[in-house]
Ligand binder design. Structure first.
Ligand code: ADE
Length: 226
């Protein structure tokens, strides 16, 4: 999979030089390119913002530099994504679908946003990472890229995805490691029993309990009630 990220702040993507994502890039499983939108500004001062028609507080990003930056990487198999608090709420299901795409282009917004015609012209998918407003699109783009790459075959080791939160509509069960007793708290007995059927049963029930406590909204279909 190939990912192009268009931003006014390329340095924000330094975390992609670390860990699993860096390893996947070196292995050639994924290719991530970061492009500075400002390099495409035709303004003599490389200006990249402009006032909104109709007035109001703040500035928008200028249309031309973003348009040219997208055009420079766009192919017939590209899907354009615009992270915005006004987008559809991003979920693990959307991540799995995006992971099947050949080429993703992210436009990172700043100031008060981008001209709506860019969304129309590139049929961009608007995605929100939650009901709060961040200062720019870089962190949301990083969140979306990091989470979808985990679903690209070869990025994670085999089996890592099978029991994590949201994989079966529930939150992940609690996990424990050594020592068996820590600060007076013992690991649930069943986990050291060696009885795999009982362990699986305990984990399923513990997943349901955690989901009930932290995300009751996920249970409203009734599928996991017992
Ligand atoms: N840009 C600013 N806030 C955002 C959010 N919550 N989701 C996606 N993009 C954003």
């Amino acid at each position: 999979m190939k990912i192009d990220i268009l931003t006014l702040f390329p340095e924000s993507f330094a975390p992609f030089r670390e860990s699993i994502i860096s390893r996947a890039q070196k292995a050639g499983t994924i290719e991530i390119n970061i492009t500075n939108i400002r390099d495409f500004s035709r303004d003599k001062h490389k200006k990249c913002d402009d006032a909104p028609f109709g007035g109001g507080a703040g500035m928008l990003m200028s249309v031309q530099p973003i348009y040219d930056a997208v055009k420079s990487v766009l192919t017939k198999n590209s899907k354009v994504i615009f992270p915005t608090p006004a987008g559809k709420v991003y979920t693990s299901k959307i991540a799995q679908n995006l992971a099947k795409q050949e080429h993703l282009i992210f436009i990172c917004g700043h100031y008060e946003g981008i001209d709506e015609r860019l969304i129309q012209l590139f049929d961009a998918e608007e995605l929100s990472i939650g009901d709060y407003v961040l200062t720019g699109g870089e962190i949301p783009a990083m969140v979306i890229v990091d989470s979808l790459l985990r679903f690209v075959p070869g990025v994670l080791s085999e089996g890592s995805l099978s029991e994590e939160s949201f994989s079966n509509g529930l939150l992940e069960y609690p996990q424990y490691t050594r020592p068996q007793v820590f600060e007076g708290l013992a690991v649930p007995e069943v986990l050291v029993s060696g009885n795999h059927a009982e362990i699986a049963k305990w984990r399923k029930q513990a997943s349901i309990e955690k989901t009930k406590k932290n995300r009751p909204d996920l249970l409203k279909g009734g599928e996991h009630e017992d």
